[in-house]
Ligand binder design. Sequence first.
Ligand code: COA
Ligand code: AMP
Length: 627
Amino acid sequence: MSYRTEHQESVDNAAKFWADKASKLAWFKQPTQVLTEHQGQYQWFADGELNTSYLALDYHVEQGRGEQAALFYDSPVTGSKRCYSYRELRDEVAKFAGVLKAQGVGKGDRVVIYMPMVPEAAIAMLATARLGAIHSVVFGGFAPHELAVRIDDASPKVVVSASCGIEVNRIISYKPLLDSALEKASHQPERCIILQRPQHSASMVAGRDLDWHREMQQAAPAGPVAVKGTDPLYILYTSGTTGKPKGVVRDNGGHAVALHYSMQAIYNIKPGEVFWAASDVGWVVGHSYIVYAPLLAGCTTILYEGKPVFTPDAGAFWRVCAEYGVKAIFAAPTAFRAIRKEDPHAELMKQHDLSKLETIFMAGERLDPPTYHWACEVSGKPVIDHWWQTETGWAICANLAGIELLPAKAGSATRPVPGYNVQILNDEGQQVAANQQGNIAIQLPLPPGCLSTIWGNPDRFFAGYLSQFPGYYATGDGGYLDEDGYLFVMGRTDDVINVAGHRLSTGEMEEIIASHPAVAECCVIGLPDELKGQQPVGFVLLKNGVTTDAETVQQELVALVRQEIGAVACFKRALVVPRLPKTRSGKILRKLLRQIGEGENYQIPSTIDDPASLPELEALMKKHGLA
Ligand code: COA
Ligand code: AMP
């Protein structure tokens, strides 16, 4: 099968293409409706019935994979390792589903999971899915305020958390963060189930908090509950342009079909082989490729509680690949930049047998050509950049290792994955010629597995994605297709930035900075960062009459953003400026600031209010290493 035939078929005959892929899964009731329209929106497999946890676990045990490793937990930060066979993982998941069920969790109820990278995080996700309930995992690096916002939006019956996480060698107490979030939230869950880790013990709130281990001892296992193809599996919050994160809703049916297909088509992984996504369960990559896809495909997945460097060194990734016989690894370019910085000649790689490793996949941010070339050179393996978003849940563009590997082009995520009809549109919604930059849009219908709505806010789904270009999903990314149909993603067209593979909203940071009593106006932009791709930088105008010195305000702002969003925001630079560049109508010229920061030649817009102030601003940015 050639790439061209597979993609053409998926676009020309989407329903037939996906019906065939769906038939490879063990539905409780095979769908007869493949692609339907409901209230102006496309749906996949609406009348099919399934259970994602059953497909990921029980099915494989029934097929004779019970003793095969399902999940390896490798934790250099605690010095521990554990292997779960499919049978053991199914039993743990069934037991924890019993724990949740005993607390009244059933179909459609929400469970928020705020946990570090421990197997219990995956167990909690799969147990929630087993009951037909909806999980919402919140990344551990988020501060209480962010957790509270998500708890209020998802209104969970139960929150599952842990006593602590470990960042290299620092213990992060999760439980006080959860307690503080619940003090801020209006919605209160009925129960919190807390995993007490040996590294740190959390204090419990009587009447509300339950101990994970104690509950597991007395739990009766719960079986998988049949849900409709369109019933939600999870909500995953992601940054938008405003302070309120968007709850991306993923259904059960399309998700299972798409991820199952992707393991073979994109990653070339067959049942029984080992696949490792070095991400975090709090991100979409972790949802799809640490937990669901490898298990749906009967593979072995790895849950790694560590970093690419310092746990203990820049050989960590290679050690894990060699130790578990990983066939394909998937990580963010920033992780490889961190490894290259510590071990530029990949000396540590040479200590490990990487003969089983066939392919290196990267995503989460643009794979810059120097990192691409370095990874190719030191590993001697194909390095595949693939582009996707929380919203899509799986790759939009990739080089399909399981179908046909096309010649790679540095800086490109190669070609659209089957199911995605990717087009470049100008601002008026017309397709542009090859090599011309524009808005990257996907012609509807989106393939299975992509978001079905925004939780509790269908209007935001239409307004944010479907209304800009009727008939298309607007990705929010800009770029171009070259003469061979290769996609080059050049960056976001909105106020979202990407820091160390993490998606962050500058709009949200601006809202927080503006809440400081000394601040009159501000803007936050992403400037280039060698390691993390981008770093957020705040430009701040103080109110008249403020007597606090600029340095103190800057420090307070850095602390404020860390307190409100969390360490993950990486907001380390705020600069008090005498004037912000603006148009005469008062709009802050963010692009101009970005151009100055990136050292680009810029044209002074004719609409600018005070061009004479620019040299002073540029000099100030230079003085502070921001230009
Ligand atoms: N819980 C609590 N704090 C966390 C956390 C978690 N789960 N994850 C990160 N943090 C903290 C870090 O300790 C750090 O805190 P600090 O400011 O006190 O040092 C801060 O958040 C920023 O973290 P990060 O951006 O990860 O930077 P880092 O310097 O710790 O590590 C890299 C740099 C490159 C090693 C790291 O960013 C990395 O591995 N990135 C890959 C990202 C990824 O997998 N993305 C998913 C998309 S595929
Ligand atoms: P997230 O939703 O956190 O996965 O972030 C998605 C965004 O990250 C996309 O909209 C892109 O801006 C960026 N992104 C992810 N993968 C890539 C890639 N391979 N190339 C370029 N940008 C990427």
